[in-house]
Write a protein that binds this ligand. Sequence first.
Ligand code: NDP
Length: 244
Amino acid sequence: MSTTLEGKVVLVTGASSGIGEATALALAAEGARVAVGARRADRLEALVRKAPGELCAVELDVTDQRSVRDAVARTVERFGGLDVLVNNAGVMLSGPIGGADTTEWTRMVETNLLGSMYTVHAALPQLLASRGSVVQVSSTSGRIASAGNGVYAATKFGITAFAEALRQEVTDQGVRVVVVEPGFVATELADHITHPTMQAAAQSIGASMRTLQPEDIANAVVYALTQPDHVAVNEILIRPTDQT
Ligand code: NDP
């Protein structure tokens, strides 16, 4: 027997495109009330207009603790609480370690790792009150590092470590922690890679297989969040069938 998301309040970070947008739409279709967060306010407003359910746009930058706290506060003010945080915002600026532009490392660590930690920190009092859930979007790169993806993988390994510690701290208070680890999903993620060889490699990997679609990950999130209270789906690894 699954539980319903009807009326549940969800904050999705990185909801202006890709996996976050698809997840917000899927959760709204299940009856959730969804605050959609990211920096591109125009994209968020467009999403709110096109979604059939109850959504609200909360402009936020996960690298800025105040912005994150404000986004949680605005969600609670609008919907009266918070049941689920989908911690999805992320950037992938792949490239070899030697000769790297280290400002790209800073951006990845601040967004993927520190940003998701700040968001958990800001949302946790609400999630403890609601006995809610945290969904951490990690990656297959959170399980296996590869050449050219060292810093991105380090942020995703870090997310898994943080999520496991969080799980141990809050599971006896009824808060569930889910780590989702997608393989290659067709989104804008690789568009931001500045290293020409890595950019070309990402394009060619994408063209070589039937990639996952953002909706495939959204379906997994819905699955994890609709299990009965005594069932904690802690980890979901999803690859395209064609991905080795
Ligand atoms: P997209 O580039 O489509 O989405 C990334 C989202 O993160 C955007 O909504 C972007 O919004 C948001 N974002 C980036 N920086 C910030 C910030 N500082 N503050 C708030 N929001 C931010 O890519 P995906 O949908 O693919 O990525 C979503 C997550 O999935 C990421 O964590 C990624 O690492 C992970 N993932 C993706 C895979 C893939 O193959 N696509 C595979 C495995 C994991 P905006 O720019 O408007 O702020």
